[in-house]
Design a protein around this ligand. Structure first.
Ligand code: HEM
Length: 134
């Protein structure tokens, strides 16, 4: 993160970003930053089609799924024109992996504690039952 202190951040609203999904002007959002990829479309090693599909919206998940190299990330910085307005950040669809993590962490809480606890109780009761029978 090397932001020059003397350059105030330019904020764009989601409404404004959504207009830039044409070949004349192609913007995408990555990690709440706004990228103007108009000039990069033809040079993108992954093809222009994938960028066009995401134009005017949040491409963070797809960008991360590809596992872009450090070089690609360095290059991407040169296209930053500003940031998504903080008021509009909550309007972006939540990345689906957050949901998976939540579900996973819930299920691991369940299986880590509740199931072993019940199993222990049942085994304990059975043991007492057999001991009492003798
Ligand atoms: C500022 C934005 C971006 C830059 C600078 C960039 C740059 C690059 C570069 C340099 C590569 C070559 C491989 C590498 O070095 O990792 C690449 C590959 C690729 N990129 Fe991007 N990219 C950007 C955004 C995106 C987005 C938003 C998507 C998806 C929607 C995407 C999808 C792909 C795909 C599918 C490949 C091909 C991967 C492969 O063939 O293994 N890129 N990109």
């Amino acid at each position: 993160m090397t932001e020059k202190a003397d350059e105030p951040v330019k904020y764009y609203t989601l409404e404004e970003i959504e207009k830039h999904k044409t070949s004349k002007s192609t913007w995408v959002i990555l990690h709440h930053k706004v990228y103007d990829l108009t000039k990069f479309l033809e040079e993108h090693p992954g093809g222009e089609e994938v960028l066009r599909e995401q134009a005017g919206g949040d491409a963070t998940e797809n960008f991360e799924d590809v596992g872009h190299s450090t070089d690609a990330r360095e290059l991407s910085k040169t296209f930053i024109i500003g940031e998504l307005h903080p008021d509009d950040r909550s309007k972006l669809p939540k990345p689906s992996d957050t949901l998976i993590t939540t579900v996973e962490s819930n299920s691991s809480w369940w299986s880590n504690w509740v199931i072993p606890a019940i199993s222990a109780l049942v085994v304990g009761l059975m043991y007492r039952f057999y001991v009492a029978e003798d």
